[in-house]
Structure formats: C-alpha cells, structure tokens
Design a protein around this ligand. Structure first.
Ligand code: SF4
Length: 169
C-alpha cells in the first residue's frame, strides 16, 4: 500500500472512531431525585427485586426494561440476587400479609443508604387489590418508597427512566 493510501485508511479509521465515541446513544438522564446522590457514586444501580404480591405483569415489563430492546443495563442498572450487593429494592405488587415481613427484612439487609422503588400501580397505591383478603396495602404501608413508577403495568420506558434517575446515566 502506498503512503497516500495508508494515510487515507488511517484517516478513515480515526473518523469512524470519532463517530462512535462522540455519538449520543440516548437523551440526557432525567432529573435526579433528592436521595439519588447517595446511591449513584459509580454511575450504576444494583437493585434487588422483591415481588410482594404481584400478578407478574410488572415482572414481564421489568424483564423488557432490562432486556436487549430497552436495555436499562447500558445506563448502569441491573438486578442482583442478594440484597447485600444492592443499592436498594425494586418492589412490585400489593404487599400481601405473608410478604410484609420478608420485604421489611430484605430492606434491612441492604447496605445504607438504600433506596426503595415501588413499581406498578399495586405497589404505588394498592391498585384494585387494596381491600383484598390477606393484603396489607401498598408498599408505603410497610416501607417508604423513594420513587414511584405508576402504571398497570408500567411501560418499560417509564421503568428505564426511573432507574436512570438513580444511576445518573
Ligand atoms: S400493577 Fe398491574 S401488572 Fe403490576 S402487579 Fe399490579 S395488577 Fe399486575
């Protein structure tokens, strides 16, 4: 390859690299909530999911939010298996009597500062099941949420937006 050809190829590689590095992959992160600074030191958000009594509709949307299409992972958010590794809880469903204690104890196991995100109408307000048998109430009847994601179920976009407020990315 002649020197002019080599120089052309080099310039081409540099401009492709610039395009990749400089390209915005998404709009800016939503405004940070008051307690976000406490958990977003590293631009990541690790959450332990607690199903407190969901119909599993919210779980389907959470799986979408973390899957390859909505890809909350590219903003630093992911679910972890242990509350000891988490920055907080992602809670779905109206809280059943049997899950009130485990929900409280799971939050106690999260290192401080810890956040609580109530995901879906059931978790936010009790939805249509507030007066059901064996129901304690919405998440705030047991632990105080820092963030509420309304919807039955919430759209994956709404879940990703809420997670980004805490990961800061
Ligand atoms: S908010 Fe809707 S989808 Fe989510 S657990 Fe309640 S009933 Fe199911």
């Amino acid at each position: 390859m002649s020197e002019p050809d080599r120089s052309l190829a080099r310039r081409g590689r540099v401009s492709v690299l610039r395009g990749l590095v400089g390209r915005r992959v998404a709009e800016a992160a939503p405004a940070a909530p008051p307690r976000a600074d406490a958990v977003r030191r590293y631009g990541t958000l690790q959450l332990r999911h607690v199903d407190a009594g969901s119909c599993n509709g919210c779980e389907v949307e959470i799986a979408q939010a973390l899957g390859p299409v909505y890809d909350a992972g590219r903003y630093g958010a992911r679910l972890v298996a242990s509350p000891r590794h988490a920055d907080g809880l992602l809670v779905t469903g109206v809280v059943s009597a049997n899950m009130a204690g485990p929900l409280r104890r799971t939050l106690e196991a999260v290192p401080r500062p810890a956040i609580v995100i109530a995901c879906g109408d059931c978790a936010v307000s009790g939805g249509g099941l507030t007066d059901g048998v064996g129901v304690v109430g919405a998440v705030d009847a047991v632990v105080e949420p820092d963030e509420r994601i309304p919807g039955c179920p919430p759209h994956p976009d709404a879940i990703v937006a809420a997670l980004r407020r805490y990961s800061g990315r």
